[in-house]
Write a protein of this length. Structure first.
Length: 142
């Protein structure tokens, strides 16, 4: 299994983030513009939360709030589960499954260096399985 650092190298550099004191509507526009399911909530360079499509669907309109007047800090998930670059895909998948998460920020030296989605991890597993199958097929044909 690859490490988080190896998986991050295969992704575009940087993370999508937003401030905690902006309207949720801005976060929704950012989610759509970047085609992502979650964005990190940063106060300067510090991670203070994460906001996802799930947060919006469960905490805004159905609760009688408006995306235009509700601030990100009011609905974000403040207790963010993070991983480090040396953790493995397997560890991340177990963490995501156990805690029912879809996104994991990656922290190194107290700073955010990336974010992994469940899709990133599944893509890596499929890639690794494909490689193993090709190696086995090559071995069989020898």
């Amino acid at each position: 299994m690859k490490t988080v650092a190896q998986i991050l190298k295969l992704k575009p550099a940087g993370v999508v983030s937003i401030g905690p004191d902006v309207p949720v509507l801005d976060a929704l526009k950012l989610l759509g513009d970047k085609s992502v399911g979650a964005v990190l909530v940063m106060d300067g360079s510090g991670l203070v939360g994460i906001i996802s499509e799930r947060d919006y669907t469960r905490k805004v309109e159905v609760k009688g709030k408006s995306a235009g007047t509700t601030l990100v800090r009011e609905i974000m998930t403040a207790e963010v589960v993070c991983v480090t670059p040396n953790q493995t895909n397997e560890e991340c998948m177990a963490l995501m499954t156990g805690k029912r998460l879809r996104h994991l920020p990656v922290i190194e030296g107290g700073k955010v260096v990336g974010i992994l989605s469940i899709g990133d991890l599944v893509k890596d597993v499929i890639s690794e399985q494909k490689f193993i199958i090709e190696q086995l097929e090559h071995y069989i044909h020898l």
